[in-house]
Design a protein around this ligand. Structure first.
Ligand code: AP5
Length: 218
């Protein structure tokens, strides 16, 4: 099964994609995570992407389509994929259609996660990540059980993304509304768009996504 989580920065795509991987074995394919890994590794893709990401713009379609296509051919993808942060432009959506058709696969559902702008800013401003294992947290909505200690690995160092500041979040929202929001109409026209309330708490959002998956499984 292949699904897209579509939503603005901070909508909860990464949080839910990780849960879907644990519960259903759908591999999380996060273009943001892939780009951050490329930056950390100092690759050519990472060097091109760094400044663009820091200011909240989109990395070029060619680069993104290239890394996604490569990732789709890795043997660990068996049960399917949750696309997290991809596609983000009509060109990327069309490229995904071709990638799936070329691999004799289909897109089962596009789940749009709707969240108010002010809530997005609050979510992103409070987000932090374990530096050792990458577990994500939120100061208010999903804090570590013991303050300063990662629930998963016991690590005590945490990081924040350079693009997680209020100014860049507002710029990223504008980019989303201009370049990515048109995909809602694209997928609605294809008949596989499902809209859920992303303002609900994390468990309820997981439940809403689960209901969509049940429905499309038939
Ligand atoms: P990317 O990494 O994809 O960032 P994003 O889309 O801006 O999304 P985020 O990761 O910020 O948010 P999320 O929806 O995953 O929320 P999360 O679950 O973490 O992209 C970064 C940059 O890379 C882009 O700006 C661009 O430059 C580049 N890029 C990436 N893909 C690209 C592409 N395809 N094309 C071109 N450029 C691309 O949740 C946020 C916080 O809220 C967390 O702390 C979480 O604990 C909390 N939270 C989650 N759900 C809830 C809830 N229901 N209630 C309360 N709190 C919640």
């Amino acid at each position: 099964m292949n699904i897209i989580l579509l939503g603005p920065p901070g909508a909860g795509k990464g949080t839910q994609a990780k849960i879907l991987e644990e519960k259903h074995g759908l591999k999380q394919l996060s273009t943001g995570d892939m780009l951050r890994a490329a930056i950390a590794a100092g690759t050519d893709v990472g060097k091109k992407a760094k400044a663009i990401m820091d200011r909240g713009d989109l990395v070029s379609d060619d680069v993104i389509i290239g890394i996604v296509s490569e990732r789709m051919d890795k043997p660990d993808i068996t049960a399917g994929v949750t696309f997290d942060g991809f596609p983000r432009t009509p060109a990327q959506a069309e490229a995904l259609d071709k990638m799936l058709a070329g691999r004799k696969q289909k897109l089962d559902a596009v789940i749009e996660m709707k969240v108010d702008d002010e809530a997005l800013v609050e979510r992103i401003s409070g987000r932090y990540t374990c530096a050792k294992c990458g577990q994500g947290y939120h100061e208010k909505f999903a804090p570590a059980k013991t303050p300063g200690v990662c629930d998963v690995c016991g690590g005590t160092e945490f990081t924040r993304r350079p693009d997680d500041n209020e100014k860049t979040v507002r710029d990223r929202l504008q980019v989303y509304n201009k370049q990515t929001a048109p995909l809602v109409a694209y997928y609605a026209a294809k008949g596989n768009l499902h809209v859920i309330d992303g303002m609900a708490d994390i468990t309820r959002v997981t439940g809403a996504i689960g209901s969509v998956l049940e429905k499309v499984k038939g």
